[in-house]
Design a protein around this ligand. Structure first.
Ligand code: FAQ
Length: 329
């Protein structure tokens, strides 16, 4: 039986060794942690950070693809892209709701994004320069997201794990539609194939960086793995992604822009060339090519939506007052 911790004078759970051991035993036994359960403050903070960043990534991730909705080459492509961008918005909302179960509000999370305290995925700081980029984002970025997110369906925190199940189903469809766009281009005219190759050249390395720093430099991985928030390390997931994606590129007749990419018989996976970590950290620290535009777009959306939030709140208060009046009669 899981023992709840002692409540200290400040109202917080006292993290006694017994409490921490009981919590870890519960995680080790694969029991889900739910919102009303006692949990170590570090566990709660790690989840707020990760789920919040994940939610921001989904919402900011709508911008590069949204840029092409009006320029999609056919009605079918436009309908699929519109639906995909809406799906990403939905993912952001499930994730904000999951984070809210940990005692943080969406307003707080948004403020942290806008003032630069909260991060969002580095990948969404790159520009979408051609229609091929829409295919490549589906193929590589959604592909990388799935690789990272399937294990999150088994995350120890119940609301995050459950949100991920639906998200992963939708991301799988996104990956397929992206691959189909790239396949159409790769089998099209020489100009179309060149457009697909150029897109792969620009998105490959940023996609590889999505998985985060090498394990030796990942500050949160060890603890997150022990708490079963993460099930695989950054490098393990990156390797799985590369191994799955190289044959897909070969099938398309496209070349991955890494001259050092080579099958390693002994390890049963591909070796790859060095990752430009200077570029990664520059982007993560807010100096990516589109960083300023992305945050400005989110700020405008938040400011423009203020009247909607006020109206919804006023409506909710009016309803509550009416209910109270009826109850008092
Ligand atoms: N970008 O110690 P670690 C999507 C930060 S959703 C920016 O290894 P951790 C769907 C990290 O936060 C894509 N920052 O950290 C879609 C930490 O900084 P902090 C988003 C990064 O948390 C598709 C520091 O570096 N997916 O694509 C990045 O254990 C198409 C040290 O790193 C998720 O968020 C990065 N790439 O592992 C939408 C999945 N990598 O917080 C639209 C959930 C690392 O101490 C269109 N998140 N950092 O200030 C995770 O799995 C993890 O948080 C990792 C990082 C793996 C991203």
């Amino acid at each position: 039986m899981y023992s709840q911790g002692l409540i200290g004078a400040d109202g917080r759970t006292e993290e006694t060794p017994e409490f921490l051991a009981a919590f870890q035993a519960r995680v080790d036994a694969e029991q889900k942690i739910e919102p009303n359960d006692d949990m170590p403050e570090g566990y709660r903070r790690t989840l707020v950070r990760q789920i919040g960043q994940h939610a921001h990534s989904e919402i900011v991730g709508m911008l590069p693809e949204g840029n092409w909705i009006t320029r999609a080459p056919s009605l079918r492509r436009k309908a699929a892209l519109l639906a995909k961008v809406q799906d990403e918005g939905g993912h952001g909302l499930y994730l904000y709701s999951a984070a809210e179960t940990l005692g943080v509000t969406r307003k707080q999370m948004t403020e942290e994004l806008l003032d630069g305290r909260a991060k969002y995925s580095s990948i969404f700081n790159y520009p979408t320069l051609s229609w091929a980029d829409i295919g490549t984002i589906g193929w590589l970025v959604d592909g990388a997201a799935i690789m990272n997110q399937i294990p999150l369906c088994r995350c120890s925190y119940g609301p995050y794990a459950r949100a991920m199940i639906r998200v992963c189903k939708e991301e799988s469809f996104h990956q397929r539609q992206g691959y189909e766009i790239v396949m159409t281009l790769a089998r099209g005219t020489p100009e179309q194939k060149a457009m697909a190759q150029d897109s792969l050249n620009r998105w490959w390395w940023p996609s590889i960086m999505m998985f985060g720093p090498h394990d030796a430099d990942s500050q949160h991985s060890d603890q997150s793995m022990a708490w079963k928030i993460k099930r695989f390390t950054n490098d393990e997931l990156r390797q799985k992604f590369i191994d799955a994606t190289v044959p897909q590129a070969e099938f398309l007749g496209l070349t991955i822009p890494d001259p050092e990419l080579k099958w390693n018989e002994e390890k049963g996976g591909y070796d790859h060339g060095p990752i430009d970590w200077d570029e990664f950290w520059r982007v993560v620290k807010g100096f990516g090519p589109c960083a300023r535009d992305r945050v400005a777009a989110r700020k405008k959306a938040w400011d423009d939506g203020e009247w909607v939030r006020e109206a919804a709140l006023a409506h909710a208060e009016k309803r509550r007052a009416r209910k109270l009046a009826v109850a008092a009669e």
